[in-house]
Design a protein. Structure first.
Length: 135
């Protein structure tokens, strides 16, 4: 989202990118879960399909929630809202994961937040480069 914004400043391109990535990522992860569950050879067909479908739907819905700010705010505001929302969700999920693994939550949260900040910065500059080179 950040890279698409940096490269195009187009709401249409960003929404199209989110939709494309949401569908492709959800399908590919669902297929991966499906194959993984089948290869374990200790799940029923129903369990395998339940895992596949729940993976697809959860990944799809999670990605699509990032379209909502684009529909509610101006583009620059929507990008900021989406980044903050994503960082917030990552922090919550990271905290929950750390608690489940009996790890120090601040370490897990900080590790994940540093990674996401690196990704945001890199995609911003890649978007700038693509926009200036090919735009």
């Amino acid at each position: 989202m950040v890279g698409l914004h940096s490269g195009t400043h187009s709401m249409l391109v960003i929404i199209g990118g989110i939709l494309t990535i949401a569908i492709a990522d959800a399908f590919s992860d669902a297929l991966g879960i499906h194959i993984s569950e089948e290869s374990e050879n200790n799940h029923t067909t129903k369990e395998i399909w339940e895992s596949t479908i729940s993976t697809f739907l959860s990944k799809l819905v999670f990605a699509l929630i990032f379209v909502v700010p684009l529909l509610l705010f101006r583009l620059s505001t929507a990008i900021i809202v989406s980044v903050i929302w994503g960082i917030f969700l990552l922090g919550i999920f990271s905290f929950y994961i750390a608690k489940e693994q009996k790890a120090k939550p601040w370490k897990v949260v900080m590790e994940h937040l540093i990674i996401v900040l690196v990704v945001i910065v890199i995609t911003h500059y890649v978007g700038d480069w693509v926009g200036s080179t090919f735009g």
